[in-house]
Ligand binder design. Structure first.
Ligand SMILES: [Zn+2]
Length: 130
């Protein structure tokens, strides 16, 4: 599968257990997902910083059937949108809770980065304290 330059650093970070977010070298603002130009000042001087991995679960859904083509074998799985403490949001996979389900998850839960666990090129998060 092609690995576009704009996400290769992010994916390399995931592979080594780091959650990287894009940071502008000129205005200092962070943004996600990766862009070719800073959405705040249009600079192309973009780099990366490691996020602290803590955030709030903005929304999520559990897929039990009807996965998009190519994702059928992942079922069931949960996708969430997490707002990181750094202020940016990204789509993540959610780790099942102790009951091997996602029934304990609620919007606004505090969640934390746990690495790349799904076999997909995305970050996995779990509830804090549960
Ligand atoms: Zn900028």
């Amino acid at each position: 599968m092609p690995n576009p330059t704009i996400v290769s650093d992010f994916r390399a970070g995931l592979a080594s257990g780091k959650l990287l977010i894009q940071k502008c070298g000129d205005c200092g603002e962070v943004n996600m997902w990766p862009r070719y130009a800073c959405p705040h000042c249009q600079s192309e001087n973009l780099g990366w910083q490691e996020a602290n991995g803590k955030g709030t679960l903005h929304s999520f859904c559990v897929l039990r059937q009807g996965a998009p083509e190519g994702f059928e074998e992942d079922l069931p799985y949960a996708i969430g949108v997490v707002k990181l403490e750094e202020g940016v949001q990204l789509a993540v996979r959610l780790v099942p809770d102790a009951s091997e389900d996602w029934s304990s998850y609620q919007c606004d839960d505090q969640v934390e980065f746990v690495g790349k666990e799904s076999g997909r090129e995305c970050a996995s998060f779990r509830r804090v304290g549960g």
